[in-house]
Design a protein around this ligand. Sequence first.
Ligand code: EPU
Length: 420
Amino acid sequence: MDYIVINGQKPLNGTVNISGAKNAAVAILPAAIASNGICVIDNLPQIEDVTTLITAMESFGAQCTLTAPDTLVVDARGVNSWTLDDKLAKNMRASYYFMGALLGKFKEAVVPLPGGCDFGSRPIDYHLKGFIALGATCVQEHGAVKIKADKLRGANIYLDCPSVGATINIMIAAVFAEGTTIIENAAKEPHVVDTANFLNKLGAKIGGAGTNTIRITGVSALGGGEYTVIPDPIETGTYMIAAAITGGDVTVENIIPKHMDSVTAKLREMGCAITEGGDWIRIQSDSTLRPCEIKTAYYPGFPTDLQPQMATLLCRANGTSTITENIFEQRFRYIGELKRLGAQLKVEGRMAVTEGDCEFTGTRVIASDLRAGAALVIAGLCAKGETIIGGVHHLDRGYEKFEEKFRTLGADIKRIQRDG
Ligand code: EPU
């Protein structure tokens, strides 16, 4: 029931340290329960999705100990159950990775259909087709998927589209399949590579992650190991866009600049000055923004997870911009709330158009999902007067210390806590 209050129109200035990548961490944690050794996972973001996953891992019998706020030691040798609780599954999307991990290690999993952000139907048919190709049966009953196999055998699997979730899930299960599995048309996102690197550290034999063909040679068991999660490209992009909209000068640190190429290119096209070093990017903006065209695409294209934030920025450009959403059929649902702050965006099918030059003015709005919430915060940071944002639990799922980090950059932002 918390809400965020922002008094806008303060340029952001300074340095912000980026946390571990949510979408890498939420794959690596479920993968860790397939290990027979001790895993030490570092640079975990302190977000609700991670907390939920730790609870889920413990519910299977894994021992999880936080030795530092961002370091988790996982001992999964005691895992003795392969049924995930309905509530834990529905709190998040990444609960689906327990399917691959449990199927791989125990040849059995009962996992309720996942929750997560609502942008229309988000099927998991490619995941299940992959498991079936490896020799499993998948039956959906009472809202859960029951997956079983006597043994898993390597297979050639072609994905109809390069789904991040399906690529990672099939890859985790295939680590335990006899022989070789080839995933064609695989997703190339940095978190796919990170999950593969983690599994390889534990003894898996995965090659080609980061290209559209991933080759997995099965092993009989995974050991332990230490691993550091990559920095979060979406958190990075969110601060870059916030700097641009407020006419700020912000350095994002502890990042991989290469992961940001599509975002950096668009912000430069809009007129922002961007410099980068080994693990940082500095963005300077004088708030004079040129319009541009955004088309979301699989990596290395422009990420759908920054589409709402970027659409908000384009509302402030001095001319007409178009935003085409190619990944999710209904990821413009946030626009209604953004309009209450003054956005002028017309949606036609998969495209949104803004004439630009919008003046944001504060009012009460509600975040409908994680990145929708980030877009509303960004609009609030440049809005005249006070913006009050509800639905903050969505932000807590995926951004570590969101208001705190903005405050260190000079934003006038606070959280009001409400009980019950
Ligand atoms: N799709 C299918 N069938 C499937 C799987 C996917 O039709 O079995 C379709 C989807 O409906 C969508 C497209 O394929 O149209 C791509 O979906 P993908 O599977 O890549 O997405 P996801 O695994 O559900 C992950 C992230 C999302 C991110 C997308 C795209 C996690 C936990 N979630 O979702 O992250 O938007 O990839 O990059 O990794 C976020 O962080 O805000 C977020 C929503």
